[in-house]
Design a protein around this ligand. Structure first.
Ligand code: HPA
Length: 235
């Protein structure tokens, strides 16, 4: 089973007949949408009611694991810090920096009965998924390094200057927590970022976002690419 995890602007998956299901996990209940080969999980809920710091990431990943998901592609709205990705563009994330501050439930291994484990993160994203996506979209950009903030507020200009100097290319609020748990669960993953704004202080006087029509076009392009990549031959 394969999964697409959608975020801001990608709360639904059109064009497939999906069955809405509620999955119970030991961390809580999860709403997701299922076909025979694919699961669609809107991480903010299907009506986008959960802010990034309140998403139950452990329940979401546990639900995917319970459904037998072995590969997942997450779609992440980001702000652009460097020129790697401009607003309106799509790219594959290469790595991440976690600046959420540790207040989220971000691990399955809390000691006691759950054990102690230090999950390796040197190869964060799955090479086979990346190769398969590159074959389908040879000109897709490399979105570079994603810095994950806690949110829900946007960053100050000084914070974005700092993240830029640290080598971060795009900023968002969800990827680090989600991907860490996917790795802990042994689910191979890839992250597709789409930029909806220049981050604070980059280029423009104030942060402004791309429009709904442009987002809808990107959504269609990304969801189709994710479906084709996941359903293309894998080991
Ligand atoms: N900052 C943090 N998260 C985001 C942004 C941003 O500028 N744009 C989209 N998600």
């Amino acid at each position: 089973m394969k999964a697409i995890i959608g975020g801001t602007g990608v709360d639904t998956l059109d064009g497939l007949s999906l069955k809405r299901s509620m999955v119970q996990t030991r961390y809580g209940e999860v709403e997701l949408f299922i076909t025979d080969q694919l699961v669609f999980l809107p991480r903010h809920g299907s009506s986008h009611s959960l802010p990034p710091h309140l998403i139950n990431y452990r329940a979401n990943v546990a639900a995917l694991k319970d459904l037998g998901v072995d590969e997942a592609i997450g779609i992440y709205a980001v702000g652009s810090i460097s020129q790697a990705l401009s607003p309106g563009e799509i790219g594959i994330v290469s790595d991440f920096v976690d600046c959420t501050g540790g207040s989220r439930e971000h691990t399955f291994f809390n000691g006691g009965a759950s054990g102690v484990r230090h999950c390796a993160m040197d190869d964060v994203f799955d090479a086979s998924l990346r190769e398969r996506m590159n074959i389908l979209a040879p000109h897709i950009k490399d979105a570079g390094v994603y810095v994950c903030t806690n949110g829900p507020r946007l960053e100050t200009k000084a914070e974005i200057r700092l993240y830029g100097r640290l080598g971060c290319d795009v900023v968002g609020m969800t990827l680090a927590t989600e991907v860490s748990l996917l790795k802990e669960a042994g689910i191979r993953c890839l992250a597709l970022a789409y930029s909806i704004n220049w981050a604070a202080g980059v280029g423009q006087a104030n942060v402004s976002f791309i429009g709904d029509a442009e987002t809808a076009v990107l959504k269609e392009e990304m969801t189709q690419l994710c479906c084709k990549t996941l359903l293309s031959c894998s080991n």
